[in-house]
Ligand binder design. Structure first.
Ligand code: SF4
Length: 396
């Protein structure tokens, strides 16, 4: 076992263990990538778990059962790096681009503006419950849209009697929590994480949210993104950038990472090495809303983005015009004279010429035949087709 001081809080000692006693949990990204491979995890809400049918078989952890020695041990701590050995250079035009995005953001209302994790705590009066609700909201938000997270937080508050507290979560059955959060992604695993986290907060942190990244990341289901955002919202501490899929995707589309980054942690360390610290709080909020409304994961609205019209985004796409397969057949009709002849009785006149005899009404018979000619013309229509490449489109 090796130990060293946390880069975020010298009073916190980090231990790296080769083997781990107790149930090992993994960080958020690892957990979710593992969860996605678990075949029996339903994607919708809890169809089988209901408080009535399964509460007897499920044991709500008591206070005694929740002690770390008997229940859960903190997960294996991984040091969260605070900086790069070699800082990433600042992109040449980053401030211009940043200000343009900020201007665009000021004109749209995104889901994060009204339903983000910074809104969830507003319904709580007690300071500890406000901070804890922020953390719970963040835990519910991974792989879940803001609208769904917001509804789940409200449902959980209602299920717990009107407030979200550490004690309330510990006392509630897993079924109660599962039923309330059943629409969020990975609700079953999140139910376990929320229960385990509540017990650890009660036993190790006086039922409050810790104030360091390492302590937060030691909680089950909490990764660096949540930790940095929790510190910002709950404690107003600016210890780093919360990099989620939007920040990761958009900064890569903007070409801010050379070479492109492949993980949110790489993105965070790059950005932290050159972005002024006073913007570390704002960039997540700004880019999340920008990613929800304009620079969306799939089919970004480049035609509405000033970075595209001003040549500031290397990933900007213009709609390409391609021939579609739709055809219109136009028909024209023409009438052609194909036969014209005069009929009737004839006789030889005195000069030996053949002459036409009048018919009964004194007029010769004239036969005229027409043939209808139909011409078809095929008209091919051209239409605009969105050909934005699939690169960087797959996060959500
Ligand atoms: S131009 Fe398109 S890809 Fe670039 S930031 Fe704007 S919306 Fe995103």
């Amino acid at each position: 076992m090796t130990s060293h001081a946390s880069p975020y809080n010298p009073s916190v000692t980090l231990f790296e263990l080769d083997t781990f006693a107790g149930e090992e949990t993994v960080d958020e990204d690892e957990a979710l990538s593992e969860l996605s491979d678990v075949p029996d995890l339903p994607k919708a809400g809890p169809s089988k778990l209901t408080p009535k049918t399964s509460s007897k078989s499920r044991k709500t952890p008591s206070k005694a059962e929740g002690s770390p020695s008997k229940q859960k041990s903190p997960k294996k701590s991984k040091p969260i790096p605070s900086s790069l050995e070699t800082p990433h250079p600042a992109p040449d035009n980053w401030k211009t681009v940043y200000d343009k995005i900020k201007e665009m953001r000021s004109k749209v209302v995104a889901p994060v503006d009204t339903m983000g994790c910074d809104q969830a705590h507003l319904q709580e009066a007690d300071p500890k419950n406000r901070r804890y609700t922020t953390l719970v909201s963040l835990m519910l938000s991974s792989q879940t849209k803001d609208e769904v997270t917001d509804a789940a937080v409200k449902a959980l508050r209602k299920a717990l009697g009107g407030t979200i507290s550490v004690a309330g979560v510990i006392d509630a059955s897993e079924d109660t929590i599962s039923t309330a959060i059943g629409k969020v992604g990975f609700w079953r695993r999140k139910t376990q994480y929320i229960k385990q986290t509540a017990i650890l907060l009660r036993d190790n942190h006086d039922s409050d949210v810790p104030k360091t990244v390492d302590e937060l990341c030691a909680l089950p289901g909490v990764g660096p993104k949540m930790a940095f955002l929790a510190l910002q919202v709950a404690w107003n501490l600016n210890h780093g950038i919360g990099v989620d899929v939007h920040v990761h995707r958009i900064t890569n589309r903007l070409g801010w990472h050379k070479p492109p980054t492949t993980t949110p942690e790489q993105t965070r360390l790059n950005l932290q090495s050159w972005l002024p610290k006073e913007l570390h709080l704002d960039i997540n909020y700004m880019l999340v809303g920008f990613g929800q409304t304009i620079c969306t994961p799939v089919r970004p609205k480049c035609d509405q983005c000033t970075l595209s019209s001003e040549g500031l985004c290397p990933s900007a796409q213009k709609p390409k015009v391609t021939k579609s397969k739709s055809k219109t057949v136009r028909t024209t009709r023409a009438v052609k004279l194909v036969k014209e002849e005069v009929t009737g009785d004839v006789k030889e006149d005195s000069d030996g010429e053949m002459v036409l005899l009048d018919d009964e009404d004194g007029k010769p018979k004239i036969e005229i035949a027409y043939e209808e000619e139909v011409k078809e013309a095929v008209v091919v229509k051209a239409e605009a087709v969105d050909n934005f490449p699939s690169v960087m489109n797959s996060e959500e």
